[in-house]
Design a binder for this molecule. Structure first.
Ligand code: BG6
Ligand code: MG
Length: 208
């Protein structure tokens, strides 16, 4: 890990293995429109907000919805996602997460969450890692979705750190773009082909 003062973690796909549940929930919704959502499409949904995701799926499917049905559909996706994560616990943490959080804490580093999800706090609570976080910025607190840097700039502000002293850990192209736009070091967690633009890419937090 680069030697900075603050580490800002994305949630889904970096700390917890919940990206697959978002994917499954969106796949069900897309199917209702006769559209088969593939893992390639899903890469473009990672990291971005619920409504922006639904707009993208509708445009791929060539469909449009009234405002009311759009809102109902976004709500149904979330209900399905919540159902899928109703059983989760610490076993859903991705490899290397706990040792890294413990190591950063012991070195006196600041830790924040920078996630688009409105369910972030619930997921941190259920997986038992909430106490490690000095600040949480989630989808209830931002108006502009990644790749806009807002979520990470707010996290740095909450940690009382300047952007250049923060490092973001992200699994989504939109998140890497957001981190770079914020002027932060960006570590991609996943594949280098997908996470272009990151300062460094690691296959998991266990291999940092
Ligand atoms: C991001 C996920 O963390 O949160 C996206 O990568 C998801 O897949 C977004 O759409 C919004 O999450 P939620 O839980 O508020 O619907
Ligand atoms: Mg993510």
């Amino acid at each position: 890990m680069p030697d900075v003062d603050g580490y800002i973690f994305d949630l889904d796909g970096v700390l917890v293995d919940t990206a697959k549940y978002h994917y499954l929930a969106w796949k069900e919704i897309a199917k209702e429109f006769g559209f088969e959502l593939t893992p390639e499409h899903n890469e473009q949904l990672k990291g971005i907000g619920r409504e922006v995701s639904l707009h993208k799926i509708l445009s791929w499917a060539g469909k449009s919805l009234s405002e009311e049905v759009f809102a109902q559909t976004a709500l149904r996706k979330n209900e399905s996602y919540l159902q899928k994560i109703s059983h989760i616990d610490h076993k859903e943490l991705l490899p290397g997460v706990l040792p890294l959080l413990q190591q950063l804490k012991s070195k006196g580093k600041k830790i924040a969450l920078g996630s688009a999800s409105r369910n972030a706090r619930l997921v941190l609570e259920r997986t038992g890692i909430l106490p490690y976080f000095d600040a949480i910025v989630d989808g209830t607190m931002v108006s502009k979705a990644k790749p806009d840097p807002e979520v990470f700039l707010k996290a740095a502000e909450a940690l009382h750190l300047s952007a250049d002293r923060c490092c973001v850990l992200e699994d989504a192209p939109a998140g890497i773009q957001a981190a770079k736009a914020a002027g932060m070091t960006a570590i991609g967690v996943g594949s280098p082909e997908i996470l272009k633009g990151a300062d460094k890419v690691i296959s998991s937090l266990a291999n940092g």
